[in-house]
Design a protein around this ligand. Structure first.
Ligand code: CUV
Ligand code: SF4
Length: 630
């Protein structure tokens, strides 16, 4: 253990630079070059004061032109843009959830999609008052999936999953009129409200932003998480590795990228198939290595221990290794750049979803009915491509770190059972964790989430903030590209306990956990909501009283804003390191960073300075503790 060492940002940057040299050799473009061409960014866009929702515009707000042609002011324009941003994110997450529910609807005992966690299925059915007695598990799966699909367009009532939120939270939502109705309806309402000549009142736009976000977090995303668990298994702690060094030069390398585990699960299965491995050997490879990028990577890492090649801003790097036979993508966060880039190498860029179609890719339409054959064909395509590699271009950096991943709520509860020795003996609840927090052994928790963004040195804020938090006895639960940043750095290696304060270190030792817990992909931020809800219920406190905050220091996508909105609406203060294009309206800024506290007992903080951001989070956690007298 003594030789444990984090991988530094500088080391990762050196790797990237080395790979960019290969890129230069073959005339490849890169995000690093494109950023230069796009900088400085448009000021109007940055401040959110550009409107082009009708063809009288586009209108831009300046001191001399304080209103658009229709008379809308900066606050209305910024507010509408913010709501549309949210709607885009909610649509993406929720449609992903819908796809998963649809996959469950097509699950069959003979596969390729089966029910791997029947217990969870039954639990959800009971929650939703669906009769389970004496039912065949697949009949039940279809019935529950049908109801889940109906949640997207339900005629009346609220999202079923909101019943998991504490009573107090639901009261707040009702009072603020942000209780989420049908998912599709919230997205449509958002689009309708922001049509030319509708809402321009910031307060109303923020309310709908929150309601739309909530329909994501307590609707679409939770559907994605829960039914992925039903189909592919609820994650339990598992060992894996992270960073580009997980790719293997002698093997056929398949990289899965995107979000929907329906594709990657089957790719992994076929890559493991003895027949396929034999085929790979017949083509001169030693075997097949599947690794991942972005959230689809998190999904298969959590359930299968599939290694993580990298996060969002490393997606081009996997191709630049010259050793990637196929990068197979489903939906979201995929650079269109992968098409032209793959053409500079032998790499096959395989798109699979009608939702995500890109030039310069091989499109293999993936659907539940033919998924088995599709996955097999893709694995075969990668194997056949092995011999086309140009050995002169191959460079796989040997950098990687060990990581323990797979901390679903169920796994966290189970892992922490028995850690505390005293009064608490309630197993299967969050009480042991609560006791660690109340006693001060752990000061609190930060949910670290979200993407990379070229505006910030990749991973820098994620990793530095995590180091600072754990040194202060604040445990990290992480998801998305933030989790991958942690894994690449080594923070998900159990040996990272040595970087913790004495209290957290002790808990890590007793529970045998790393100080940064991998909770999954971005839709799995719904796991964090469930954990917060459980902690609140088990402690008798409101969610907003818990010494827990959320943080997305390097976020970039619309989905991240939808997430931010549901995390804040759920009562957790949320810290951002990148401004969500709202600086052009003081009224919008005021609402988001303060005003909304009256509705949901939490608000946003935007802070670009690393040290300040970290200090503010610690301060907030300590304030919450002080208010509780702990
Ligand atoms: Ni959905 S949304 S870059 S992969 S975390 Fe990664 Fe996570 Fe952001 Fe995308
Ligand atoms: Fe301009 Fe108003 Fe049209 Fe927007 S809606 S483009 S502000 S005229």
């Amino acid at each position: 253990m003594g030789d444990f060492k984090l991988t530094t940002i500088e080391e990762n940057e050196a790797i990237t630079n080395r790979l960019l040299e290969t890129g230069a050799k073959v005339g490849a473009d890169s995000w690093q070059l494109r950023v230069k061409n796009q900088t400085p960014h448009c000021k109007f866009g940055e401040q959110g004061v550009c409107c082009r929702i009708c063809s009288m515009g586009p209108c831009r707000i300046t001191p001399k032109a304080p209103r658009g042609i229709c008379g809308c002011d900066a606050h209305g324009i910024v507010g509408r843009n913010f709501l549309r941003f949210t709607a885009g994110g909610c649509a993406a997450h929720s449609d992903h959830g819908r796809e998963i529910a649809h996959t469950l609807y097509q699950a069959r005992p003979e596969g390729p999609y089966k029910v791997k966690d029947p217990e969870k299925l039954i639990r959800i059915a009971k929650e939703w008052n669906i009769e389970t007695e004496g039912k065949d598990i697949y009949d039940l799966a279809h019935e529950v999936a049908y109801v889940a699909l109906g949640e997207y367009g339900k005629i009346e009532g609220y999202q079923n999953f909101t019943s998991r939120a504490p009573e107090h939270t639901r009261e707040l939502w009702k009072k603020a009129e942000i209780m989420p109705r049908a998912v599709d309806r919230e997205i449509a309402t958002a689009m309708h409200m922001t049509h030319m000549g509708n809402t321009s009142k910031p307060e109303a736009l923020v309310r709908q932003s929150f309601r739309t976000g909530l329909s994501d977090g307590w609707g679409g995303s939770m559907t994605g998480t829960e039914f992925s668990d039903v189909l592919f298994g609820t994650p339990t702690p598992i060992e894996t590795e992270a960073n580009l060094g997980v790719m293997v030069a002698e093997n056929v390398n398949i990289v899965v990228h995107g979000h929907d585990p329906s594709l990657s699960e089957l790719i992994c299965e076929y890559a493991d198939d003895p027949e396929m491995i034999a085929y790979a050997k017949s083509k001169g490879a030693k075997g097949i290595t599947v690794s991942g990028v972005c959230c689809t990577s998190n999904e298969v890492a959590m359930r299968r221990g599939i290694p993580m090649a990298g996060n969002f801003l490393q997606q081009e790097n996997v191709v630049l290794t010259g050793a990637c036979e196929a990068i197979v993508v489903d939906v979201q966060c995929i650079f269109p750049a992968l098409g032209p880039l793959s053409k500079c190498f032998h790499t096959k860029f395989v798109t699979t979803s009608p939702i995500c179609q890109m030039p310069d890719s091989d499109f293999v339409r993936f659907d539940a009915a033919t998924a088995g054959e599709n996955a097999k064909a893709i694995v075969k395509m990668a194997i056949d491509n092995f011999e086309n590699r140009n050995p002169d271009l191959v460079y796989i950096p040997d950098t990687k770190q060990k990581a323990t991943v797979g901390y679903s709520v169920e796994a966290i509860v189970k892992t922490l059972d028995g850690v505390t020795n005293s009064q608490v003996d309630e197993t299967g609840t969050t009480k042991p964790l609560l006791q660690c927090i109340t006693s001060g052994v752990i000061r609190g928790a930060v949910a670290m989430v979200g993407c990379n963004n070229p505006k910030i040195r990749p991973d820098y804020l994620h990793v530095e903030l995590m180091k600072k938090m754990i040194a202060n006895d604040i445990v990290i639960i992480a998801s998305g590209c933030s989790a991958q940043a942690a894994a690449k750095a080594g923070l998900m290696d159990k040996a990272a306990k040595d970087l913790c304060g004495a209290g957290l270190k002790r808990v890590c030792e007793l529970a045998d956990i790393p100080p940064v817990l991998h909770m999954g992909s971005c839709v799995d931020i719904s796991r964090m909501l469930m954990l917060a809800a459980e902690l609140a219920k088990d402690s008798g406190l409101n969610i907003s009283q818990l010494p827990v905050v959320g943080c997305a220091p390097e976020w970039m996508s619309e989905k991240a804003v939808s997430i931010g909105n549901y995390v804040v609406s759920t009562g957790l203060d949320t810290f951002l390191g990148v401004d969500p294009y709202v600086s052009g309206s003081d009224q919008m800024c005021e609402l988001l960073t303060n005003g909304v506290r009256d509705w949901v007992e939490a608000a946003y903080t935007v802070e670009k300075d690393l040290d300040k951001l970290g200090d503010l989070m610690i301060e907030r956690i300590e304030e919450k503790r002080a208010a509780l007298g702990i």
